[in-house]
Write a protein that binds this ligand. Structure first.
Ligand SMILES: Cc1ncc(COP(=O)(O)O)c(C=O)c1O
Length: 414
């Protein structure tokens, strides 16, 4: 059974701050950054953190202090990254279906734009002739843990199809734009180095004829093993298939000193987060045991929308015998489950369960659905003696209602 990080400290967090609560481990984030840097050693590397995975300022500051940059995909993300102290030249702005307003905002902040539509590239060229730009290509190879997270290929809305490179060239030339980077991001939760290589190869072919490039950005997408039968990404294979050929390629490329950028989200933070929740209802119905909790799909929507698997661990009964449960939430939807037919250490009402690998696309996709409060968030600093830090307090039902009424016209409408 997969173990959470520091179970005793997690129980202490649940006792101190209550549930539902997301907890983020500094030690695990740093471990993942180190792992990636070790595996990519030998490349002229820049890592951007894809903050959509988890935009908690505590994690952003950690990434900043580790020297990472940011992949920002909305004006809100851009603003938060800047206010967290990322210098503009460490941010890439990759908004999808960018508006004129967003384009002017990012350019005005001195941030490099990553453009994935020919019409936007044309508008950017007209507005800022001679400016530097990065272009997002669709290498026509897509992959991911679920159809909904595949971001390249025939049916994808993202990027400019690689076959239309001549049109990119024409727009760039027409406006004297300086194409300094080529980008791709083919999907999320990828555990096969072979698939990643198929896409990398396309970008390398596309980049061959360009001089003046400062970087190639291979996107994020590196997966983590959520299920017990999943193997982690094989980084030896990654080295062999991707890192070694990349080094040879860079040595021959007409753009001298070109860097390799990666923009992982999930790989850096998924394993660093758990969602703590308390079981308040045990119920047998039609031969199934339901363990009902004080959290739900409004806090972690991945099982509902992707059928995603998250390991569960009973912190209150770690040595208990395994029994089979449907672990469900408190939201009025049948999709509201954390696991079905899952073996978990025997659950009693009042037990605290940890939902593992919940650091990426957990809180960042959470909502107020059913007008339930968002979970609290707690940061666990590295070192067993350091006290946990409350990052976000859980709102009371009264505060939820007040905020809701204040933010809408409902409070004053007739
Ligand atoms: C452009 C871009 N870069 C990076 C990422 C991060 O992906 P992951 O969390 O799988 O590493 C995403 C995720 O959707 C993305 O859209």
């Amino acid at each position: 059974m997969k173990q959470p990080f520091e179970p005793e400290r997690l129980l202490h967090v649940a006792r101190t701050f209550g549930t539902p609560t997301y907890v983020y481990s500094e030690a695990v984030v740093r471990r993942q950054i180190d792992r990636l840097r070790t595996h990519l050693a030998g490349l002229p590397l820049r890592l951007l953190y894809a903050m959509k995975a988890n935009a908690s300022p505590a994690l952003l500051r950690l990434m900043r202090d580790e020297g990472l940059g940011i992949d920002a995909v909305s004006p809100g993300e851009l603003e938060v990254a800047l206010r967290t102290g990322f210098p503009p030249d460490r941010i890439l702005f990759s908004a999808n279906n960018m508006t004129d307003e967003e384009m002017h905002l990012a350019h005005g902040k001195g941030v490099l734009l990553n453009i994935g539509e020919l019409s936007r590239l044309e508008r950017y060229g007209r507005a800022y002739p001679g400016a530097e730009v990065c272009v997002r290509l669709n290498p026509q190879v897509g992959a991911g843990h679920h159809e909904h997270v595949i971001t390249a290929g025939e049916r994808s809305k993202f990027g400019i199809p690689v076959a239309r490179l001549d049109e990119v060239r024409a727009v760039v030339a027409r406006h004297g734009l300086r194409l300094v980077g080529l980008h791709q991001h083919i999907g999320s939760g990828i555990l096969s180095a072979e698939v990643l290589w198929q896409a990398v190869r396309v970008l390398l072919d596309a980049a061959r004829s360009f001089s003046g490039l400062r970087f190639l950005n291979f996107g994020g997408g590196l997966g983590i093993p959520y299920r017990p039968d999943e193997a982690p990404l094989d980084f030896d294979r990654f080295q062999q298939l991707i890192v070694d050929p990349l080094r040879a390629y860079l040595a021959e490329h007409p753009s001298k000193g070109m860097a390799c950028w990666f923009e992982p989200g999930r790989f850096l933070v998924a394993e660093a987060g758990v969602l703590l929740m308390r079981v308040n209802t045990l119920k047998e119905a039609n031969g199934r045991w339901f363990a009902g909790t004080d959290s739900g799909m409004s806090h972690l929507v991945r099982p509902a929308i992707y059928g995603a698997y998250h390991a569960l661990f009973n912190l209150s009964n770690p040595a208990g015998p395994l029994r089979t449960y449907d672990v469900v939430g408190n939201i009025c939807e049948s999709a509201d489950h954390f696991a079905r037919d899952r073996e978990v250490q025997e659950i009693r009402e009042g037990d605290v369960l940890a939902v593992l690998d919940a650091g990426a696309y957990g809180m960042s996709m959470a909502s107020h659905y059913n007008l339930r409060a968002l979970p609290a968030e707690v940061f666990l600093p590295a070192g067993p003696e350091a006290p946990p830090v409350l990052l976000r307090r859980r709102r009371t039902p009264q505060e939820v209602a007040e905020a809701w009424l204040a933010e809408t016209t409902a409070g004053t409408a007739p």
